[in-house]
Ligand binder design. Structure first.
Ligand SMILES: [Zn+2]
Length: 313
């Protein structure tokens, strides 16, 4: 009973961070419940939760290319080169998984009409993704944007027979789209990724709702680098940011993240803008995405001090 309450509290705090629109969660120490007894087992809210539970087995990345008033319109060349980047990133991930004996088969699927891969035009709430996020209720605005796109993407599917959409009273459009994709690909693990064609140099990419279970998680990617795509994709499967971001206001958190960057000098969750071939997935991130059953003790200490013991999965 106590552990349920604990998990709930964890979610609440995580949600607060989502509202602050983190790119996404800070390290676990931020989200650690304060009332936990020493050595109490804790669960990280992004692990085994929401749509993308564990990066294993059959997984689908569903890409939707979105045109917005102030982003670059997607040309065929842009789309083709981005699809190449996604494939490159997913091949890299499959190779990383293979190296440690985790079965992983990622299928790339994307929204297309009968004739072509067509972008869907829905304007972001504000000019840029960054500004859309920072306004009050920014996440809610982005959710509406994502749902509207989901509704348009659903048009390409036939009549709805997926059982999940019939059991809920009023599923969100993202949820309906995910149900159709799960049905089509016969897997639960569907990562929904929206791509915008950005030319602003200070634009962000993000993953939302990864620490919740009441609304489907999704990612929005602004750039075409395979490493950025993989970074956001990994968030959907539970990985946490390991770099010091402007949202890390607490000095303790900044210090721990700086230590993490030192401990994992090639970590994809810390250095997303580097070349993919120079990056790796640390054992800490491997635990968070379900590739390792337990978090190493020294990493538990690194991100949360001595007080907590992380659950085994
Ligand atoms: Zn991130």
């Amino acid at each position: 009973m106590f552990s349920l309450a604990l998990t709930f509290r964890f979610f609440t705090i995580t949600r607060l961070f989502a509202l602050l629109a983190l790119v996404v969660l800070a390290t676990a120490c931020h989200t650690m419940p304060r009332l936990v007894r020493k050595n109490q087992e804790v669960h990280i809210a992004t692990v085994n939760n929401n749509v993308c539970k564990r990066l294993e087995g059959k997984v689908v990345l569903y890409a939707i290319f979105v045109d917005s008033r102030h982003t670059n319109p997607w040309s065929t060349y842009d789309i083709t080169s981005t699809l190449d980047s996604i494939r490159l990133g997913m091949d890299w991930l499959e190779a990383e998984a293979r190296e440690i004996g985790v079965p992983l088969d990622i299928t790339l699927d994307y929204h297309q009409t009968a004739k072509e891969v067509a972008p869907i035009a829905v304007n972001l709430p504000r000019k840029t993704l960054y500004n859309s996020l920072l306004v009050p209720n920014g996440v809610r605005g982005l959710d509406r944007w994502a749902d509207k796109i989901g509704r348009a993407a659903l048009q390409t599917f036939g009549p709805d027979t997926a059982s999940i959409t019939k059991t809920k009273i009023k599923p969100k459009d993202r949820e309906r789209l995910l149900a159709r994709l799960r049905d089509k690909h016969k897997t639960d693990n569907v990562a929904l990724v929206y791509f915008i064609n950005n030319y602003y140099s200070d634009e962000i990419s993000l993953a939302l709702h990864t620490g919740q279970d009441d609304t489907p998680e999704y990612a929005i990617v602004s750039y075409k680098q395979p490493s950025v795509i993989v970074h956001e994709f990994l968030h959907l499967f539970g990985a946490l940011d390991l770099y010091v971001s402007p949202w890390d206001s607490k000095r303790k958190a900044q210090r721990r993240k700086a230590m993490a960057m030192k401990e994992f000098p090639n970590e994809i969750m810390a250095f997303a803008h580097r070349n993919l071939d120079d990056l790796e997935i640390s054992s800490l991130t491997q635990y968070l995405i379900g590739w390792q059953p337990a978090m190493k003790e020294e990493h538990q200490r690194l991100i949360a001090g001595k007080r907590y013991r992380f659950a085994k999965y």
